[in-house]
Write a protein that binds this ligand. Structure first.
Ligand code: ATP
Ligand code: MG
Length: 391
């Protein structure tokens, strides 16, 4: 038995002249993933908007399939059985492997498609022949051409015929690396890993910055952030995390400014610091997990007061989402269980008892007046460290 994973890509088709470069990124990504899994022991092809991966060792198919489900740019995929391009072999392969796939259902139909128009039988003839053989083998599953519970597909392609039953949605989006680089402000919370995933899905390469505040935040909080980045690597393969300490800045804020404004002033350091990191690592935008109205620092007025400290675009893909919707994605991408571990974040150190929800920019600027912002930021940047996390 030879099984091939068939993958279709979607939006790429719309990209006109860019299609080739998008396609290349996608193919490179798939090949790199497969190589990591099984060296060179697989065949790869890209033809007519379909991608094919055939592991030499058939026992690797399921694992390869799981990995390919997390490649952005693939809209649907399935495991197919490969047959020679003659009816005898097609029927033989279908009868050997397809019954187990259709038996759990009440009805099925066979659909056939010939990209190779030289094939001697027409599509309806292929459907009739394969359908007839299968219903003899599985008389309990009715043929229903209008509304079948499962569709068996026979695809006559350039070199082989492929038979499969039931394809699944792929990760969707656009190929990773196809849309510039963004710097994700990665906290240990639920929202920011989701924000990173959403931008990565649109093809944006992700670098991350994490602000720590040792000894107010712990080594375990840092480990948690590394674990979260590792979860995202299931999609991105690797992520570079930049660590910047806010300890001195937070102590300076605590000692010199009005308590109600602590968090806002802190965030007015975080954004320009992140921008400095972005410049260093070649990122063109910042990404945060903010969601409008979620906490005091994420009201419209508060975001306005912090947003103006960045001069590059700030993307907030969670901005219009409810917490529940964000949680649903975090479960899907496996970050949720790590995100809810109860370690502190720099934003929860020295939190004001009554944070401002309707801050006025002039007052915030006055409240931070005693701080030498530039010198504090220079020193924070000097202590920056880096770590590359990989899948
Ligand atoms: P999250 O679940 O992502 O932590 P949150 O609801 O806890 O979000 P805040 O703590 O107000 O919200 O942070 C808002 C955003 O600021 C986060 O989504 C993240 O992008 C960024 N952020 C917060 N803390 C840090 C940190 N320690 N390092 C880097 N970015 C941070
Ligand atoms: Mg947080």
């Amino acid at each position: 038995m030879t099984r091939t994973i068939l993958m279709k890509y979607g939006e790429l088709i719309l990209k006109g002249a860019n299609k080739r470069s998008f396609e290349k990124l996608l193919c490179d990504k798939i090949k790199a993933r497969m190589r990591r899994l099984m060296g060179d022991a697989f065949q790869f092809e890209c033809m007519q908007s379909t991608l094919y991966v055939t592991p030499d060792d058939d026992t690797m198919v399921e694992e390869a399939y799981e990995q390919l489900k997390k490649v952005f740019g693939i809209v649907s995929l399935c495991i197919s059985y490969r047959a020679e391009k003659n009816m005898e072999d097609i029927v033989k392969v279908a009868c050997e492997h397809i019954p187990e796939h259709i038996r759990p259902y009440h009805s099925f139909k066979v659909d056939a498609r010939r990209s190779d128009k030289q094939f001697p039988l027409t599509s309806p003839q292929i459907m009739a022949e394969v359908g007839g053989e299968l219903s003899e083998l599985c008389p309990e599953v009715k043929v229903d051409v209008v509304n079948p519970e499962i569709v068996v597909r026979v695809e006559i392609r350039e070199k082989y015929a492929y038979i499969h039953a039931g394809s699944e949605h792929g990760a969707g989006g656009m190929p990773y690396l196809s849309n510039g680089r963004g710097l994700l402000l990665l906290s240990g919370g639920i929202d920011s890993p989701v924000a990173g995933y959403m931008m990565a899905k649109r093809g944006v390469e992700i670098d991350a910055v994490h602000f720590e505040s040792f000894p107010y935040t712990s080594e375990r909080a840092k480990e948690k952030v590394i674990a979260l980045a590792k979860c995202l690597c299931a999609y991105t393969d690797k992520i570079r995390i930049h660590f910047v300490s806010l300890t001195e800045i937070q102590e300076a804020i605590r000692d010199n400014s009005e308590e109600d404004y602590f968090t806002l002033i802190l965030r007015r350091f975080m954004m320009p610091l992140a921008e400095r990191v972005a410049k260093k690592c070649g990122a063109q935008a910042l990404i945060t997990g903010e969601s409008i109205g979620q906490v005091a620092s994420q009201t419209m007025a508060a975001i306005a007061v912090t947003d103006c400290t960045a001069t590059i675009p700030v993307f907030r893909p969670c901005i219009g989402m409810d917490k529940e919707e964000i949680v649903e994605i975090s479960r899907k991408i496996d970050t949720f269980e790590t995100s809810i571990l109860p370690y502190e974040d720099c934003c929860t150190v020295f939190t004001p008892r009554h944070p401002r929800t309707k801050p006025i920019l002039e007052k915030v600027i006055r409240a931070e007046a005693k701080l030498d912002r530039e010198a504090l930021m220079d020193r924070a940047m000097e202590g920056m460290t880096e770590l590359i996390v990989e899948i």
